[in-house]
Design a protein around this ligand. Sequence first.
Ligand code: MG
Ligand code: MG
Length: 626
Amino acid sequence: MQTSIATVSISGSFRDKLAAIAAAGFDGIEIFEQDFIASDIAPRDVGAMVRDHGLTITLFQPFRDFEGLPEPHRSRAFARAARKFDLMTQLGTDLMLVCSSVHPAAMGGVDRMAQDFRDLGDLARAHGVRVGFEALCWGRTVNDHRDAWEVVRRADDPHVGLILDSFHTLARGIPPDSIRAIPGDRIFFVQLADAPAIPMDLLYWSRHFRNMPGEGDLDITAFLRAVAATGYAGPLSLEIFNDQFRAGLPRLVARDGHRSLIQATDRVRRAEPALAVDPPAFPPPARVDGIEFVEFATSADEAPAVEGFLAAAGFAPVGGHVSKQVAVWRQGAITVLVNTETQGFAHTAYVAHGTTVSEIALKLPDAAAAAARATALGADRLNPAPGPGELSIPAFRGVGGGLIRLLDDGPDLGPIWQADFRLTGADTAGAGLTRIDHIGQTMPYDEMLGWALFYTAIFDGAKAPMVDVIDPDGLVRSQAVQSGGLRVTLNGAEARRTLAGRFVADSFGAAVQHIALATDDIFATAADLARRGFPVLPIGANYYDDVEARFGLAPALAARLRAANVMYDEDAGGQFFQLYSLTGPGGLFLEIVQRQGNYAGYGAPNAPFRIAAQKRAGRPAGLPSR
Ligand code: MG
Ligand code: MG
């Protein structure tokens, strides 16, 4: 498969775009004419620059308002086309995209449009180029790929073909299976874009909200399966108009784009093995079994505050690393490492962010396979070559520069602890916390789509719809991703004064802002935590008056919630209880949750009130500021 991306998808100058696209591993680019004009580089030099980067120009676009025009508009359109064909020859590309007309004078009529394309085909042949017709979903007379195909079919010219764009098909709700009947060699080019499911004007949606396949809500896999069924073997090209990406770092946007294409085609290969030209090139996504441990990086000075916080939450010290300054704290099936080394990755993380979560270790059925998949999808492996005598435990760069380690969930897990650690048999029943329910990661909003894609591309999981969380000082967007026993809530901060924005700023871009721990009995846990002096976040009386009325709670339950500062939510599947700590070392806080039945959420309706309470409470005295 030849991968390609439109220059319009990436920010920066033409040179910046080329460098980023080449570095991300693409094979080709679509030249968006505006980018070419803005570059002020001669066409032949543009062509040479592209080839010097090891890329080909897969397409020149867009040629607008061509078909169905009366004279004199028609003759002018042909004269314009001849100029662009000359330009294409100088650039070194042979395919031009003609998008369906929005010209006020454009007339319908399939045969009239077919004749226009037959004549354009003659002109293209004379210039040694080809043209492809794309139905814009807001086109004046053609806004459906089935109609564009009918025009192309009737034009019956080998220099005229169809161009498909997943956005235009899926945004209008056109069944992608209608593509299956089109001969693959009549499809000249395929563009891919996803988008979030937000009802709005099609043109505005397309120009501002497109995103990478897998980052939105359109069924790109169904579209691509239908394309594969035609036998199409040309380039798959990203054409993403997105305000965030236009302002984003070219290198990161290009990397996410390449990852999205690789994972999208991987899904098709697995869904339609009979159609696959190439077999899957790397292992399938696997479900995460759970989180084996979380590591806090801190210093010897700040470790007592971290460990005091853990002790108040019911954790017990159970030993340490044989040779490194790493203490192990446990409760139930939750393991937290406190690393106070003065060198190595954790120390670097501490120096960069202050006390922080430097590492999350995931258990998988086959860590080596998961690592091979992550590598194929462009994840940044931090330890490709382990030192002599070191276990080869793959680790990748995650959100905020934190490390994600992949462990084999099997008989080898025990020996890792036995070989490297000296552990006592301390009682770890604690306050009844059993496992990590989810991890809350905070990041600048423009990185959020990319990190959701990171998790859902590498692991077998799903994302929940994005929700808006109202902070008293701005909006925070939140999206949950889940793969088996791994649940992560991603919070994208746009405004600096939001709690999430302040955390990102104060911690110099650290990611983990809270860890949610599960209990089977929130009220028993709350009572136990109170005895241990756990710093509970006080929740206001107005909240309880509302929640009691909203859900029609029994007065006895409402009184228990109120007394214990426990927040409440429910959905069709069950009930949810939440209790928060005050902000602790490194700006981190703990959340204690109880899921009853099949409650699927994370208490999003409570978030505005929890955030307001956190802002009121501030930082407790005696805890370090970072
Ligand atoms: Mg397009
Ligand atoms: Mg949470």
